[in-house]
Design a protein around this ligand. Structure first.
Ligand SMILES: [Zn+2]
Length: 249
């Protein structure tokens, strides 16, 4: 099997997406860049909790299947659109996680109610609505993402990116955790929001402190780094084997 290692990592990231409560059943999808012009993506309509390595589909930059027996995710245009626009992106995690998707229905950004959002940016914007799987959704997502690591997709879900799978998963997870906290705080009163200067300070701490992040909890106390910077062009996007403890959203 070609590209077995990166396909294994994509399957594991998809499993983690379910284990961490970011996806249910067949919703959401995951991909990773292989070199510059090839991509490993999850298949469409399969349970992410039990993907085999051979279920992961290898595509070229035009979306043609290079290897794989299953049809790729219906969101191939969005994944390939982001990779084309963002050479720094090595992996993509797309979820319909509950709290973040709730804000996508309001078409409202997730604001910096907690410093963990700095994995994604000072805030997470919401892309304009388009039908799932369409080139229009891909264009809207790329525009909203700009230089940051996450955007909401209106009435749909979350798009999270990173240099590798581990960071893309951490971004998706931190967006959901903060969306849950922000939601709760809004039920009780008017949340205090961290300003852009503070979020820039935290982002810098995440970049320069500690070991590569194993997940959201790694940012507690010691902070976290951006992981293997520039490793996105290979299969280096290692994902923790299983069940790293996750803050209860
Ligand atoms: Zn979706």
């Amino acid at each position: 099997m070609i590209h077995e290692q990166v396909r294994r990592e994509v399957a594991e990231a998809a499993r983690q997406m379910v284990l961490r409560g970011l996806a249910h059943g067949t919703s959401g999808n995951v991909s990773a860049r292989i070199g510059r012009d090839f991509f490993a993506v999850t298949p469409t309509g399969t349970d992410h909790a039990s993907l085999a390595v051979a279920d992961i589909v290898v595509l070229d930059a035009a979306g043609r299947i290079v290897d794989g027996r299953l049809a790729p995710t219906s969101e191939v245009p969005m994944h390939l659109g982001v990779y084309a626009a963002r050479p720094d992106v090595g992996a993509i995690v797309h979820t319909h996680s509950d709290y973040a998707t709730t804000f996508s229905i309001l078409r409202e950004p997730i604001r910096a109610a907690h410093y963990l959002l700095a994995f994604a940016g000072p805030s997470v914007p919401c892309a304009e609505y388009a039908t799932y799987g369409t080139p229009r959704l891909a264009a809207n997502a790329v525009a909203a993402l700009a230089g940051s690591r996450a955007t909401l997709l209106a009435n749909h879900g979350v798009l999270a990116v990173g240099p590798d799978l581990r960071m893309a998963l951490t971004v998706a997870e931190s967006v959901e955790v903060v969306a849950g906290l922000y939601y709760r705080a809004r039920l009780l009163g008017v949340p205090h929001i961290l300003d852009d200067a503070e979020m820039a300070r935290v982002a810098e701490l995440f970049r320069t402190y500690g070991q590569p992040a194993e997940g959201v909890e790694a940012a507690e106390g010691a902070g976290a780094s951006e992981g293997a910077e520039g490793a996105g062009a290979s299969g280096d996007g290692r994902v923790p084997e299983s069940g790293a403890p996750v803050p209860d959203p």
